[in-house]
Design a protein. Structure first.
Lengths: 332, 333
């Protein structure tokens, strides 16, 4: 399948995205050549550690990168339109309607001095000419969909009157108001307790399946996407180093970094007291201009070639790819 | 393991008064009456013991009282009622030297390594300060002591002159651990000590905790919301819900045969790498307000197996198998 074919199929398609930050110490290449495709109704987990560029990727897609950051290169297609070529007005009409974002902290979404109902009505009428009454009915309906108990009462509540889990449900309800084609979720359950996280993962998967909404779920926790995503892309130092269907990626990782991440996650039922596989060292300094593979200094398989030349993308089939000169063998 | 407990907490209670109507209360007291104080009963009737070299995991959701209990164990918060025994002696009856031994013997590692270090103090000084102040090492040996501690936690002693901001989160947590170790403690209270770290760094720090335990026979009270981390670390696990211990058992038993419906639900909720796209059967609702806890068993409004008795009577924590205790009205399976 050629790139253009895939762009037609995908609701969201990112090509060669580079988002850099000009700082006093130098240029930070937070996102440095990211390609990704999201099909209609697909749930893609974008996994990486702090500083890997996963959140900046999400923000770039939303057109929310602030100075000193700048998208310096690349294309982001939502359907047929290149988001990077849109005027701010056009972008504003897409955001919230066709493209929605859920932040880690729901208070980034919610205005503390407005009632839930007021801000939801505002979000509806920003994109559609409907009466206040109708907008309120839509808001109510959306709260019902995300499983908020006593939704009518919640419409008149202020954000501080709700628990963290409830607030996150409200911000999901806002994201769903216009039945967007793509939702970008940036660690939306990280700050929540496991029982509440379980509830929200369950709800969001049901909602996306029901409405064929594509979901880009950004997280540092591979275990969260393991139970949620159709496909996983692993990011390291501004690039996607491996991407594959979820089971395949977890059971047969090809990139040594992916394998390292999987080994580092404690799993229930594994031998107690046994040491976890650890990746030596720490994430690279984003200011350093590197030659070769960014993971090479921490990689047990690294050879001379890895330090001198940047690995190319190997993609044996659509949706499966890795960036490694010496990938792990496919076992079984 | 029949060795005596290093630290033993008996019947610990912790109440926090909420001082909403401070002036009203003052006015009432002037006319000789007392305002009914709102209070949060954060910890109720908790018994807990840690033996030398033992890792006790304490698991619960936010607001369940696990951090309050950790701070009480470390001696930085006073319980409202109950007794703390360190090496067999009640800490309230200790003399000055005994109190100091308790203070130094139990050290705490917090979740946020950014907030735990003074940004203006060089890490070598931060690590060596307590040992110097308490006269544990001669002034001439302090440099060696610090270097040795830094090596022990996997830091290059050449960095002793650096300031905290020059280190990553994982390195800072190592600095905090080195500082805790500098006074030769026998017990570390770790309150979500790896929760803020990236997975690859979390694995490094967990491995460090495990080797320190082997090398120094350190005991741990390991507080976490992450059951998978606790299973890896702990010999014994306590599950806490709204201020009470609802289940306690050797780690193996707890994970193989969880008995309390809350423990089962928690185990069910842990996101896991295994088993493909899962069917989540989330437990209903949220943790109730500790200011207004449900009657009877605090878990009954969320419990899938709640019976009429559960809303009336609070179940006692009783032994259902050797070393396995549970507070639930259901028949033990």
């Amino acid at each position: 399948m050629s790139a253009t074919d895939r762009q037609h199929e995908a609701v969201l398609s990112v090509r060669g995205l580079k988002t850099w930050f000009a700082t006093r110490e130098g240029t930070v290449r937070s996102v440095d050549g990211v390609d990704l495709d999201l099909a209609k109704g697909e749930i893609l987990g974008l996994v990486g550690e702090s500083g890997s560029g996963k959140s900046v990727t999400g923000f770039s897609i939303m057109g929310l990168v602030d100075k000193p950051g700048r998208v310096v290169e690349g294309q982001i297609f939502l359907g047929a339109s290149d988001l990077l070529a849109q005027s701010p007005e056009q972008l504003r009409s897409l955001r919230g309607r066709k493209l929605a974002l859920i932040f880690q902290d729901p208070m980034m979404t919610l205005n503390p001095v407005l009632s839930v109902g007021t801000q939801m009505v505002e979000a509806v009428t920003a994109h559609e000419k409907v009466s206040k009454k109708e907008a309120r009915a839509r808001a109510l309906q959306s709260l019902v969909r995300v499983g908020i108990p006593a939704p009518e009462k919640r419409l008149d509540a202020y954000p501080h009157e709700l628990s963290g889990g409830m607030r996150q449900r409200v911000s999901i309800a806002i994201a769903l108001l216009h039945q967007p084609e793509v939702i970008i979720a940036d660690e939306p359950t990280t700050a929540l307790d496991v029982t509440i996280q379980g509830q929200i993962l369950y709800e969001i998967r049901r909602l996306c399946r029901e409405s064929s909404t594509a979901l880009l779920w950004i997280t540092h926790d591979l275990a969260v996407v393991a139970g949620l995503a159709d496909r996983v892309a692993v990011m390291y130092a501004g690039r996607i180093v491996e991407s594959a269907p979820t089971r395949a990626l977890i059971e047969r990782p090809r990139h040594p970094y992916t394998a390292g991440l999987i080994g580092a996650v404690p799993r229930i039922g594994q031998a107690h007291g046994e040491r976890l596989t650890q990746i030596p060292g720490s994430s690279p300094n984003p200011l350093e201009v590197r030659t070769g593979c960014a993971f090479a200094p921490r990689c047990s398989r690294a050879q001379e070639k890895c330090r001198s030349a940047e690995p190319e993308v190997t993609s044996p089939s659509p949706g499966v790819s890795w960036r490694c000169w010496f990938p792990l063998e496919q076992t079984a | 393991m029949n060795s005596p407990a290093l630290l033993e907490l008996k019947g610990i209670e912790k109440r926090y008064g909420t001082r909403g109507g401070g002036s009203v209360a003052a006015l009432l007291s002037r006319v000789g009456r007392r305002a009914v104080a709102d209070e949060v009963h954060a910890v109720r009737e908790v018994d807990l013991s840690v033996r030398p070299g033992e890792v006790v995991g304490l698991v619960g959701e936010s607001g369940c009282g696990k951090s309050s209990l950790g701070r009480i164990a470390a001696g930085i918060a006073r319980p409202s009622a109950g007794e703390i025994h360190f090496r067999g002696a009640n800490v309230d009856s200790l003399d000055r030297a005994g109190r100091r031994a308790y203070g130094l013997g139990v050290q705490m590692v917090f979740q946020n390594p950014y907030a735990s270090l003074n940004p203006r103090i060089r890490v070598g000084d931060a690590i060596g300060e307590a040992a110097r102040v308490h006269g544990l090492v001669a002034k001439a040996d302090l440099g060696d002591h610090v270097a040795q501690l830094m090596r022990k936690v996997g830091l290059d002693p050449a960095y002793a002159g650096r300031l905290p901001h020059q280190f990553s989160g994982g390195q800072r947590q190592r600095i905090v651990i080195a500082r805790a170790l500098s006074v030769q403690p026998t017990l570390l209270v770790c309150d979500e000590a790896v929760a803020a770290l990236d997975v690859s760094v979390q694995a490094q720090v967990l491995n460090l905790f495990m080797s320190l335990r082997d090398e120094m026979k350190l005991g741990y009270l390991f507080i976490s919301h992450n059951l998978a981390v606790v299973e890896r670390m702990a010999d014994r696990v306590l599950i806490m819900y709204l201020g009470r211990i609802v289940e306690s058992a050797p780690a193996r038993d707890l994970f193989l045969r969880p008995s309390h419906p809350y423990t089962r639900a928690l185990l069910n909720e842990v996101p896991s790498l295994d088993g493909g796209t899962r069917v989540y059967i989330p437990i209903k609702g949220e943790l109730p307000s500790p200011m207004n806890p449900p009657t009877g068993c605090a878990f009954h409004p969320r419990c899938p197996q709640a019976m009429p008795v559960c809303s009336r009577e609070s179940p006692a924590l009783v032994e259902i198998a050797k070393g396995h205790r549970r507070a639930c009205h259901l028949d033990a399976a």
